[in-house]
Structures are given as structure tokens and as C-alpha cells.
Design a protein around this ligand. Structure first.
Ligand code: IPM
Ligand code: MG
Length: 364
């Protein structure tokens, strides 16, 4: 019997519609082979939503995301909306979605694929075998802390204020996700903070250390964020799973991504409480400079669809089949511009999609 899953699709801005087009086709084809059907409902977010409705996250979109099995998002933003006031910028839509769905855990894997080692700016022996999972707290910390704003003092001078705050409960729930993630990987968890300076980080470290006693099979270590950034480019293989707060996770996940050569390859999963729909999206942005030119690399979006099947829908077999197709097209030498190397076959977004469908077809 065919199992049917309801997916809310948020193509967003820039290259979003092109890459989700490919991911939807791949998902449908992979599902069909395994008796799984996907129904898509498209909704607006980001700049596209601002143009159509005046705001970056219409109520209708949030409702559609609450009422589905999983959300597949591409990317938001673009030059056109860069000068809008902060409360109606496209990024607000993304933050509102994270908060609205309670997506406190963001999993960002950075795994170097053997076919792309030479696309990394770091030396082969430094990055070969890198396989890191960044677990980023996503609905707290300085992104959401109050007070926040630009305030005028009595003298009329302005002060910009953002507050980094974490309650114990927020730290505990992300820590548990991270410990469990580490258990399923190499069993090593590095918690990243700035406990030498920030009180909020001292509480973070204290909770991680306490909870660590319940996970005796996980080897817990701590690093200050500046050192962690340095270690990530110096000797990335020392890391297995990293857990950190919202801001540090934003920065470190971009660093980790670049170890793999192209941010155009990396998927992510944002998860809330069990049973609630998660959001699955590429780590890269909307790339307005190449939008609509059939140049985008759709593989991060396709791998996000695979992550959706693995972490959001409990369909590991569909996930395996999509990941195998990605491996196959890379083995065959197909490359979009961002991962192009000598001797490889250059393709656009659409042709990469066709190659994926063909790979699925021949794997039957
Ligand atoms: C990310 C992005 C977002 C963030 C922006 C677009 C709000 O950089 O998902 O990493 O800072 O979280
Ligand atoms: Mg970021």
C-alpha cells in the first residue's frame, strides 16, 4: 500500500524555485520506487511573501507548515528587500517560522564527499574524511533575547542592544538532542561556548557538564568559540558532533560547510518536539546573483529532501536512495559551476536534476 506524506513547500526567493523544482521531482521519483507518495502544498515566505502580502511570513504559511508532515524550504532574501526595516525583512520570515514551529534544534552536517575533496580550499590531508555534525540551538540566545532594539538615550545618542540569554530548560533540551546525536555517531561531543567571558556561557557549560554524567558513553569536551573556529580550519578531523548556541552555531556552521568545498552541497534539518513537523533546507542562501539563470547547484536542496525523509518522516530507505543518486551523479562527473573541476562535465541546475532522475531510474 502506498504511504502518503504531506509536504509544505516554501520555495522562497532567488534560486529557490529552481532548486526546489529539482528536489520535488527527485523526491517523487525516489518515493514512487518505494511505494511512498508525496503531496506538495506551496506557500509564500520571505521576499516573495513581502511582495504578495506585505509581510515575510503570512499566517496562511505558518498554518500550512503546522498542518503537514514536514516542511521543505529553499532560501529567502535578495537585494530588492535589503533596505526594508528589520521587522519586515525576509529574514524575519525565517526566524518567525523557526519560532512559530518551535524548531529549537538545527542539525547541520558537514561531510566531505571523496569526489569533491579538491573543491575545498584546504589541503587534501586536512579535510579528507571530515564528517562533522553541528547541532545549533535555533530559537533562543541572542537572536531572540530581550531587550533588543535600537534605543535612544536621554542625550539623544542611540544604543543598539541585543541580549544573549539562555534558560536552563533551553540548554537542557538542545543538549539532550546533541548527546543523542553523538551517540548515533562517533560518540564525541564538543560543546562550544565563551564561558571565559559570558555568564550565559558559564550556565551553558555547567548544564552540559551535569547532563554529560547521564551519557557516560559520550566523550564530552568544551572549547571556547574563538578556539573552536581556529581548530575547525586547523584540524577539523578532531570533531565529531558539535553543540552550541544560536549565534556561535550560525558562524561555525558556515566555517564547517566551507571545509567541504562548497556550501552548495550542504543540507540541514530544523527540528522541534517529536511528532511536530520539521523544516528541511539547504545551508546556503538564495544567491540572487545567479537566480533564474539555471546555474544553481540543486544538490543541497536534494540532500535536504533526503534529510527530511531520514529525520522528519522516518523513511530511511527513500533517504538512502536519494543520497545514492547524488553520489552517482558526482561519480559520473557532473558538476555545477560552484564545484566544477578540471575534466568534469559542467551542467546547469536542470541538467543536474535530469542526471539525478536518470541515476534513480538505473538504480531500480
Ligand atoms: C542561517 C542564516 C540565517 C541565520 C539568517 C538568514 C537569518 O544565516 O540559517 O544560518 O542567521 O540563522
Ligand atoms: Mg547562517
Amino acid at each position: 500500500m502506498t504511504r502518503t506524506y504531506r509536504i509544505t513547500l516554501l520555495p522562497g526567493d532567488g534560486i529557490g524555485p529552481e532548486i526546489t523544482g529539482v528536489a520535488v521531482a527527485v523526491l517523487k521519483a525516489a518515493g514512487q520506487q518505494l511505494d511512498v507518495a508525496f503531496e506538495f502544498k506551496e506557500a509564500l515566505i520571505g521576499g516573495a511573501a513581502i511582495d504578495a502580502t506585505g509581510g515575510p511570513l503570512p499566517e496562511e504559511t505558518l498554518d500550512a507548515c503546522r498542518d503537514c508532515d514536514a516542511v521543505m524550504l529553499a532560501a529567502i532574501g535578495g537585494y530588492k528587500w535589503d533596505t526594508l526595516p528589520s521587522d519586515i525583512r525576509p529574514e524575519r520570515g525565517l526566524l518567525g517560522l523557526r519560532a512559530g514551529l518551535g524548531l529549537f534544534a538545527n542539525l547541520r552536517p558537514a561531510q566531505i564527499l571523496p569526489q569533491l575533496i579538491d573543491a575545498s580550499t584546504l589541503q587534501r590531508d586536512v579535510v579528507e574524511g571530515v564528517d562533522i555534525m553541528v547541532v545549533r540551538e535555533l530559537t533562543g540566545g541572542i537572536y531572540f533575547g530581550e531587550p533588543s532594539g535600537i534605543f535612544e538615550t536621554e542625550s539623544g545618542a542611540r544604543r543598539g542592544v541585543s541580549t544573549m540569554v539562555y534558560g536552563e530548560d533551553e540548554i537542557d533540551r538542545i543538549a539532550k538532542v546533541a548527546f543523542k546525536t553523538a551517540q548515533q555517531r562517533q560518540g564525541r561531543l564538543c560543546s562550544v561556548d565563551k564561558a571565559n567571558v559570558l555568564a550565559v556561557s558559564r550556565l551553558w557549560r555547567d548544564r552540559l557538564t551535569t547532563l554529560g554524567k547521564d551519557y557516560s558513553d559520550v566523550d564530552l569536551s568544551h572549547l571556547y568559540v574563538d578556539n573552536a573556529a581556529m581548530q575547525l580550519v586547523r584540524a577539523p578531523k578532531q570533531f565529531d558532533t558539535i553543540v552550541t548556541g544560536n549565534l556561535f552555531g550560525d558562524v561555525l556552521s558556515d566555517v564547517a560547510a566551507m571545509l567541504t568545498g562548497s556550501i552548495g552541497m550542504l543540507p540541514s534539518a530544523s527540528l522541534g518536539e517529536p511528532g511536530q513537523p520539521g523544516v528541511f533546507e539547504p545551508v546556503h542562501g538564495s544567491a540572487p546573483d545567479i537566480a533564474g539563470q539555471d546555474k544553481a547547484n540543486p544538490l543541497a536542496q536534494v540532500l535536504s529532501a533526503a534529510m527530511m525523509c531520514r529525520y522528519g518522516l522516518e523513511l530511511p530507505e527513500v533517504s538512502d536512495s536519494i543520497e545514492a543518486a547524488v553520489n552517482s551523479v558526482l561519480d559520473q562527473g557532473y558538476r555545477t559551476g560552484d564545484i566544477m573541476a578540471e575534466g568534469m562535465t559542467p551542467v546547469g541546475c536542470q541538467a543536474m536534476g535530469d542526471a539525478l532522475l536518470k541515476a534513480l531510474e538505473t538504480s531500480k
